[in-house]
Design a binder for this molecule. Structure first.
Ligand code: SF4
Length: 347
């Protein structure tokens, strides 16, 4: 990829802008971003920020992607729900979606007339790849009249087979609000268990029929990880994602979506947090709350990290066919219904 040279003053200015955002962010365990790191990133971020204006493009980046994308070039960043809302509202002609493939598909479902480009191409997700539309149809045949809720971490074809889509931020409320006593929930087996427990706790018990898999990042946490954090840091507040095992959620002080965890930290007067989630959220919180400390032991989504400044710039300049999202009008129309139902119920 040929890149014309950048003006040195522009480069330095951009590097210092980035350093102001990233100096409190961990690059690896115990190592923070340096001005030198920012100088290297700046040669890409300066070009990306200029090019996205010229091309009428908006960049949406999931919080689990790398901090140089989230802080350096994203117009909006957040979790799946926040980004799908942004995707539904954007006026830009092109959407660059730094995330995994199912997220870019969701943006396409909400913006069928726009070009949606995923820099990481068909980056997978152990949840979205954990169930097929055919398997959902088999579940529906086995349990007629039972509504199907699909977690947003699912393919467009699975969404098209579902009655309502949900996110980690609204799954409990939407499931509780539905009148049925039995629900099919795909594809997160651990979230399905957490859902059954939470509905019982709320006094609206329901039978949850589930199939699929689990998130390879969140499923790795154990109650021993929480216990070890408490042993090392007696005053720590432990935050977990509902994609974790129920025993892990039970050991946490707060269980919620990425946005829920951000809100918890924002509202808390505590200074020390243990995060049983993905590294990207830790980096976002480090950038945002420089007076607070975040302990994170492990948990990296290799799929999310396939998004880089390099492939974002390349995708903006000239996307490859495998980076451009294409879905059939029929799948878009049917999947859209499950997303619209979520927006309606989540109000
Ligand atoms: S963190 Fe887990 S759920 Fe999220 S994209 Fe990665 S594998 Fe999928």
């Amino acid at each position: 990829m040929f890149l014309p040279p950048l003006d040195e003053a522009v480069l330095q200015q951009e590097a210092h802008r980035l350093y102001g955002l990233l100096n409190s962010v961990s690059r690896s365990q115990g190592v923070k971003w340096t001005l030198e790191d920012c100088l290297q990133a700046a040669s890409y971020t300066a070009r990306i920020n200029q090019l996205k204006k010229e091309k009428d493009a908006v960049i949406l980046a999931h919080s689990y992607t790398v901090p140089e994308l989230v802080c350096g070039v994203a117009d909006f960043s957040g979790d799946s729900y926040a980004l799908s809302r942004q995707a539904a509202q954007t006026a830009a002609g092109t959407i660059i979606f730094a995330g995994v493939w199912f997220m870019a598909e969701t943006a396409k479902i909400l913006n069928p007339s726009k070009q949606v480009i995923a820099p990481a191409g068909r980056a997978g997700c152990t949840l979205a790849d954990g169930i097929t539309a055919q398997e959902v149809r088999a579940l529906k045949r086995a349990h007629p009249h039972v509504p199907v809720l699909c977690y947003v971490n699912s393919t467009a074809e699975v969404k098209a087979e579902s009655d309502v889509c949900v996110t980690s931020g609204n799954v409990f409320d939407i499931a509780a609000a539905l009148p049925q006593r039995e629900l099919i929930f795909v594809p997160d087996l651990l979230m399905a268990q957490n859902l059954e427990i939470e509905l019982k706790r709320r006094g609206t018990p329901k039978k949850i029929i589930s199939a699929g898999s689990s998130c390879c990042v969140h499923a790795r946490y154990t109650p021993q990880d929480a216990a070890e954090l408490r042993r090392q840091y007696p005053h720590i507040k432990i935050l977990a994602h509902p994609e974790c095992r129920p025993e892990v959620c039970a050991a946490a002080d707060y269980v919620g979506s990425t946005k829920g965890m951000q809100d918890y930290v924002a509202a808390s007067s505590d200074k020390l947090f243990g995060l049983l989630t993905e590294q990207g959220l830790v980096n976002r919180l480090e950038a945002q709350y420089k007076d607070k400390k975040f302990i994170w032991s492990f948990g990296v989504c290799s799929y999310m990290k396939e998004n880089t400044l390099q492939n974002t710039l390349q995708a903006l300049m000239q996307p490859l066919p495998e980076q451009v999202v294409a879905l059939s009008p029929e799948v878009i129309a049917r999947a859209r219904k499950s997303l619209d139902k979520m927006f309606e119920l989540a109000k």
